[in-house]
Write a protein that binds this ligand. Structure first.
Ligand code: UD1
Length: 377
C-alpha cells in the first residue's frame, strides 16, 4: 500500500514537493499516492505552482472547491475515505494547517492508518484563527509529529503529547526555496510582461501579500490597512500579489479603485518562481502569510508581519521578521525603520538547510518498518 500524501491549498505544494521526491529517492523507495483535495482550484492558485515545483500530477483530485469551513471540511472527509478503501494506505502524510490537513488526518486515524503531520506544533495561541484549530486537532490525532522549530516541542508537550511522537526535522518549505532559488524569475521580466516599466522598481520596492480573514473580511480592518499601504507607496513602490479572497472583498466593499494609486503594482496570484524572485529582490516584504515569514527569514529580507501574533516565533527571534500588528501608524513606522537601514538581517535557523525532507523520509521509513513488524502476530 502507498503512503498517501495530501495537498489541498497553495501553501501545501511547496512543502509536499521535496517530500515526494525524498520518499521516492529513499532506498528502498516509499511508494506514494498524491491526493489533491481541490480546496484551491484556480489555475493561478494551483496548476502554475505544480509546474513550478515539478510536483507530479495528483493521482486523485477530490474537487471539493470553496465552501464554509464546515462544508469544506466535511466534503474532504466524505470524499477522502473511499480513497483509503480503494488504494489502501501504509500511512497518510499531511502538511501545514489548512482545512484539508485536518480533514484527511481525521479520516485516516479513524481507519487506524498511521498519520504523519509535517510542520507540527506551531501555535499562534489565537483560537479565532481557523488554522490554529486545524493545527491543534491534527497534532492531537497524528502518530508522527515532524517539527520545523524547537518551540513546537514545548507547545506539544503542554498539550500532553508524548515526546516519542515528535521529531525535529527542520523546514521542508526551505528545502523548496533552496532548490528553486537558482530558477527564480527576475522581477523585471515579470513586470515587463504585465506592462509595468521595470525602471519603476530600480530604487527598491516592497512586496505585499494579504489574505488572512481577520485582516481582509471586514471593511473596518481592510480599509485602514489599504490606506497605510497607499501612504507607504508614495515613498516605496509596492508590488501586491492579490489573493482571490482579498480581491473579492475589495470589490464587495467598493475599495478596489484605491489600489489604482501610482505607487502600486497590482498582480494576480503569482507562480512560485515569480514570488521567489520578487521576494529575493525586495527591500521589505509586508505580509499576513505564515510561509512568507519563513521564506523571508531564509532569504535574509526584512519582513513586516501584519498580524498581532505568529505561530513561527523563530522567524522573529532569529530571522528577519517583525510583528507589526494591524495599526496603520505602526506599519508606516516599521517601513521607515527599514528604509533608514534598520531592517533586520537575521540568521538561518537550525536545520533550515534544504535537507528536512530527507530526514522525514529516513525517519518515516524506519518507523513504518518497526510499526508494521510490531503489528504482525
Ligand atoms: C486557505 C487556508 C490558509 C492559507 C491560504 C493560502 C484554510 C482554513 N485556510 O485560505 O491557511 O494560508 O489558503 O491561500 O484552509 N478562491 C478562489 N480560487 C481558489 C481558491 C479560493 O477564487 O482556487 C477564493 C474563493 O472565493 C474562496 C476564497 O478564495 O471562498 C477563500 O478560499 P479558501 O480555500 O476557503 O481559504 P483561503 O482564504 O485561501
Amino acid at each position: 500500500a502507498p503512503v498517501i500524501c495530501v495537498v489541498g491549498a497553495r501553501p501545501n505544494y511547496m512543502k509536499m514537493a521535496p517530500i515526494i521526491r525524498a520518499l521516492a529517492a529513499h532506498r528502498p523507495p516509499l511508494r506514494t499516492l498524491l491526493v489533491h483535495t481541490g480546496q484551491h482550484y484556480d489555475s493561478a492558485m494551483n496548476e502554475r505552482l505544480f509546474a513550478d515545483l515539478d510536483l507530479p500530477h495528483p493521482e486523485v483530485n477530490l474537487e471539493v472547491g470553496s465552501a464554509s469551513h464546515a462544508v469544506q471540511t466535511a466534503e474532504v472527509m466524505r470524499r477522502f475515505e473511499p480513497v483509503i478503501d480503494e488504494h489502501g494506505a501504509r500511512a497518510v502524510l499531511v502538511v501545514g494547517d489548512v482545512n484539508s490537513t485536518l480533514a484527511c488526518a481525521l479520516v485516516a486515524v479513524k481507519r487506524h492508518v498511521p498519520v504523519a503531520h509535517v510542520e507540527s506544533g506551531l501555535r499562534s495561541h489565537d483560537r479565532r484563527m481557523p488554522e490554529e484549530i486545524n493545527r491543534v486537532l491534527t497534532d492531537q490525532i497524528s502518530d508522527l509529529l515532524y517539527t520545523t522549530e524547537r518551540s513546537a516541542h514545548d507547545n506539544l508537550a503542554r498539550e500532553g503529547i508524548a515526546p516519542e511522537r515528535m521529531v525535529f526535522v527542520g523546514n521542508v518549505m526551505i528545502d523548496s526555496l533552496l532548490a528553486n532559488l537558482p530558477k527564480a524569475a527576475p522581477p523585471a521580466a515579470l513586470l515587463g510582461a504585465v506592462g509595468y516599466p521595470s525602471e519603476r522598481l530600480a530604487g527598491g520596492y516592497g512586496v505585499v501579500t494579504l489574505h488572512r480573514p481577520s485582516n481582509v473580511d471586514h471593511p473596518q480592518t481592510l480599509g485602514p490597512i489599504i490606506e497605510a499601504l497607499r501612504e507607504i507607496s508614495t515613498r516605496l513602490p509596492l508590488v501586491i500579489a492579490l489573493h482571490p479572497r482579498t480581491r473579492n472583498n475589495l470589490e464587495r466593499f467598493g475599495m478596489l479603485d484605491r489600489l489604482g494609486a501610482p505607487g502600486f503594482v497590482i498582480l494576480p496570484p503569482q507562480g512560485y518562481l515569480e514570488m521567489l524572485g520578487l521576494m529575493a529582490g525586495a527591500t521589505v516584504v509586508l505580509t499576513d502569510s505564515g510561509g512568507i515569514q519563513e521564506e523571508t527569514t531564509a532569504l535574509g529580507v526584512p519582513c513586516l508581519t501584519i498580524r498581532e501574533n505568529t505561530e513561527r516565533p523563530i522567524t522573529v527571534e532569529q530571522g528577519t521578521n517583525t510583528l507589526v500588528g494591524v495599526d496603520p501608524a505602526a506599519l508606516r513606522a516599521a517601513v521607515d525603520t527599514v528604509l533608514e537601514g534598520g531592517g533586520k538581517r537575521g540568521r538561518i535557523p537550525e536545520y533550515w538547510d534544504g535537507r528536512a525532507a530527507q530526514r522525514i523520509a529516513a525517519h518515516l521509513a524506519a518507523w513504518l518498518d518497526a510499526h508494521e513488524k510490531q503489528a504482525q502476530p
